[in-house]
Ligand binder design. Structure first.
Ligand SMILES: Nc1nc2c(c(=O)[nH]1)N[C@H]1C(S)=C(S)[C@@H](COP(=O)(O)OP(=O)(O)OC[C@H]3O[C@@H](n4cnc5c(=O)[nH]c(N)nc54)[C@H](O)[C@@H]3O)O[C@H]1N2
Ligand SMILES: Nc1nc2c(c(=O)[nH]1)N[C@H]1C(S)=C(S)[C@@H](COP(=O)(O)OP(=O)(O)OC[C@H]3O[C@@H](n4cnc5c(=O)[nH]c(N)nc54)[C@H](O)[C@@H]3O)O[C@H]1N2
Ligand code: SF4
Ligand SMILES: [Mo]
Length: 728
């Protein structure tokens, strides 16, 4: 048996592991001593490997390129040459007819790694000539990236994952690490064991609430009111650090003009909590020697996501709980490489290394390195991922290149997204599985999977780590970066990288903060945490030491805003709040975890809607019943889970299920400052179903039909002779 070193491809905790390989098959995984996981793995790290082997439990891997010559026609298996020529020709036609900005691309924050994303954004900017490139951070921690760049200068965690266990106080605000990042949750348990105080503020009594010293159950959608009051207490009770504020921040007086109006009593009704609990929490936070605020999707997937991040950053500055190893900000990035996608400039306003496209010096540097004439790189920020639906409706976006995402499952309002994808002139999907999005594509490019290629991931806390191939590519799969470079070469901008290290070295040369992160430094369990500007630099676990922020004058900018309510409030027709979250055993669009033997046995379609027993009783719904959930966008069948740990008046669904698909119900309304969908709040109703036998059959029929359709798409009957010959 062989062992190959990798980094887990699920969440951003960055756990290092060995893949165990026997006879060309991945047969196991074992934790190794990585900097964030110290040998531990959660159940996904331990049991989430066998999708690589193409188990076909949920949907098959795609093993050869395919094209659909005409809209509405069949997918056809072709050779790589034909697929690449077809795509290059179609993209060139669209570019010539409508301009480069009619093409939109999205990067992948999952298996491919930083190098593939870097090559894709280079193809986007240097070959196509647009900044229309984004990644799933848009639907995720985009508001954290933007809100932190606005205030403290860097859109990332200021503390590192290992140091969490040394904090004296950890406050979790809209973040559920025991499901989302179990190995980060382990650090929080360790902190508690070492004497730290824990505060949880969440409408659900999450697992960490069980060990919390203070748990505040709030109403959904009240974050800014809560945080303004929290800030108000810190200053009203004189717990702010005036010397730090004077020396290291700008804008305190204007900030206080807004914050002074938010007494705890004034927000009690909106937040649905005891004002004294807000006082207690603020006192605990401000007076502990070293406090950390951890936040997640409960903050960002809301109408005022960026504004809440501004306020959290201001609170940390005003209380001087930032810039020390064990005190600071912890927006723990979701996907295993979403930090990396942002690092690599998969963002419409940023070149790799957070260098702004609007800055002429930065563009000139990249033009020189990429052999482009001066003035050719586009200066205008491009479209965001969530601009796609209206961009297509308005005829501005004609082609969409989907790389390692599944928008038909993960973007809000699936009916609208389906129409969007169908109305494109050209949809390219480059994935490892036949997903619902890929099944709609005009071009299907099969990439190699995690476990079949090398690269570097960026963990949530800015830690670069290498992962390696364990088994050879399946079928005709090519490495993602090879596909981009071959397409680029065909479209007139040649690229010829030999391996991922050559790509990574170009990244290092172009991004001063990444220069010291060599492959050599990251060998084995080695790692490099950015900023790592020199070869000697060991990395930087903590940002903003000594109050030095990454802003022009090194001072933080304090920003305050007034609270507004969520967009779609419950009413008589849709009286419940629909909040969409995650569960520990399944992951994002589920193409990977749903194809793992152990994980797929934990839970299956149609997933669950969690409902408070009182709300269930009022609707005559029993535990495990199949039910309908409806909203203004649609209606889905799922199973009821009666759950005392959630608040009355709200229900919770996870976005992993293809039949019980919550995104059939969510709405395409975004935070105007970030373009992030309001996935945490819309209105719905849950209905009982009298005939449970019929409901079970109906659900099974839907599930079988979907699986059969995807399996058929992955194995087209009409194999072109050339493709057959090349596959032999
Ligand atoms: N097993 C598993 N792990 C994952 C993922 C997965 O799909 N499966 N996805 C990964 C990704 S992409 C991400 S981004 C992370 C996300 O990880 P988290 O940020 O933990 O994500 P969620 O569970 O969506 O939401 C966090 C919490 O916000 C709370 N919340 C809802 N509304 C409000 C509100 O109005 N105010 C406050 N204060 N809280 C609220 C919810 O009750 C929930 O407990 O997880 C990553 N890890
Ligand atoms: N309602 C609701 N919707 C949500 C959320 C929510 O809380 N509620 N959360 C949102 C959040 S935070 C996020 S981050 C998004 C995630 O949304 P997505 O990014 O769309 O979800 P993933 O499942 O991570 O998609 C990864 C895709 O990449 C493929 N893939 C994996 N490895 C490779 C590889 O090496 N090469 C290639 N080419 N493909 C690969 C997988 O098969 C899969 O199809 O979902 C968002 N959607
Ligand atoms: S905590 Fe995240 S990175 Fe670690 S093993 Fe679990 S899913 Fe993988
Ligand atoms: Mo995410």
């Amino acid at each position: 048996m062989e062992k190959h070193m990798a980094v887990c491809p699920y969440c951003g905790a960055g756990c290092k592991l060995n893949l165990l390989v026997d006879d060309g098959m991945v047969i196991g995984a074992e934790g190794i001593d990585g900097v964030t996981n110290e040998g531990e793995l959660c159940l996904k790290g331990l049991s989430g490997f066998d999708f690589i082997n193409d188990t076909k439990i949920l949907t098959p891997r795609i093993l050869h390129p395919m094209i659909r010559r005409e809209k509405g026609g069949e997918l056809e298996r072709v050779t790589w040459d034909e697929a690449l020529d077809f795509t290059a020709q179609r993209l060139t036609e669209i570019k010539e007819k409508y301009g480069p900005d009619a093409i939109m691309l999205t990067g992948s924050s999952r298996g491919p790694g930083n190098e593939a994303n870097f090559v894709m954004q280079k193809f986007t900017r240097a070959c196509i000539g647009t900044n229309n490139i984004d990644n799933c951070a848009r639907t995720c921690h985009g508001p954290s990236v933007i809100g932190l760049m606005d205030t403290v200068g860097s859109g990332a965690m200021s503390v590192s994952i290992p140091n969490l266990e040394n904090a004296d106080l950890i406050m979790l605000f809209g973040y559920n690490p025991s499901a989302s990042h179990p190995i980060v949750a382990r650090r929080i348990v360790k902190a508690k064991e070492k004497g730290a105080k824990i505060i949880v503020v969440d409408p659900r009594s999450i697992e960490t609430a069980r060990i919390a010293d203070l748990y505040i159950q709030i109403k959904n959608g009240c974050n800014l009111a809560f945080m303004n009051a929290f800030a108000n207490v810190i200053v009203s009770e004189n717990m702010h650090d005036k010397a730090f504020i004077d020396a290291h921040t700008n804008g305190f007086d204007a900030w206080w003009e807004t914050i002074k109006n938010y007494t705890p009593e004034s927000v009690a009704e909106v937040c649905g909590c005891d004002p004294d609990d807000i006082r207690k929490a603020a006192r605990m936070y401000a007076t502990a020697p070293n406090s950390v605020i951890g936040w997640g999707m409960g903050v960002t997937q809301q109408r005022q996501g960026v504004k809440v991040v501004h306020t959290i950053a201001a609170i940390a500055c005003v209380a001087n709980q930032i810039g020390r190893d064990n005190a600071g900000l912890a927006p723990v990035r979701g996907q295993n490489n979403v930090q990396g996608s942002c690092d690599m400039g998969m963002w419409p306003s940023l070149l790799p290394g957070y260098q702004k496209v609007e800055n002429p010096e930065m563009r000139a540097k990249f033009e020189k390195a990429w052999g482009l004439p001066a003035g050719t790189l586009p200066a205008e920020p491009g479209f965001k991922l969530t601009d796609l639906p209206h961009g297509v409706k308005e005829g501005k976006i004609r082609a969409f290149y989907n790389f390692g995402e599944d928008p038909l499952q993960t973007e809000p309002d699936s009916a609208d997204m389906k129409e969007t994808l169908e109305n494109l002139d050209l949809l390219i999907s480059q994935d490892i599985f036949m997903t619902q999005t890929t099944a709609l594509a005009d071009v299907v490019f099969p990439g190699t999977s995690w476990g079949e290629h090398d690269g570097v991931f960026s963990a949530s806390d800015r830690t670069f780590q290498r992962f390696t191939a364990a088994v050879p590519p399946k079928g005709e799969c090519k490495h993602d970066w090879q596909i981009f470079q071959e397409l680029s070469t065909r479209m007139g901008y040649p690229m010829h990288y030999e391996d991922t290290e050559e790509i990574w070295n170009e990244v290092r040369e172009l991004c001063p903060n990444f220069y010291g992160a060599t492959y050599e430094k990251m060998a084995g369990t080695g790692h490099a945490q950015w900023p790592v500007p020199t070869l000697e630099c060991p990395g930087t676990p903590t940002l903003y030491k000594n109050g030095q922020f990454n802003t022009a004058d090194k001072k933080a900018i304090l920003m305050a805003h007034d609270f507004v309510e969520p967009t779609e409030l419950p009413d008589d027709a849709y009286p419940l709040v629909l909040c969409t979250v995650r569960e520990v055993g399944h992951y994002s669009c589920r193409s990977m975890t749903g194809n793992c033997k152990v994980l797929s046995m934990l839970a299956d379609e149609p997933g669950y809607v969690h409902i408070n027993p009182a709300d269930a009783e009022a609707r005559n719904i029993r535990d495990e019943d199949l039910v309908w959930v409806s909203s203004r966008r649609g209606k889905v069948i799922t199973r009821a889970c009666l759950d005392e740990r959630i608040n009355k008046g709200a229900v919770y669904m996870t976005y992993q299920w293809w039949i019980g698909k919550c995104n059939d119900l969510t709405m395409h309304v975004t935070d105007p400052l970030s373009g992030t969908p309001e996935d945490k709040y819309s209105a719905c109703e849950v209905h009982s179903i009298d005939d449970q036998v019929w409901a079970e059959r109906h659900m099974q029929a839907l599930y079988s039909a979907l699986k059969d359709r995807l399996a058929a798409e992955a194995a087209p009957q009409n194999v072109a002779p050339a493709a057959e010959a090349s596959a032999e």
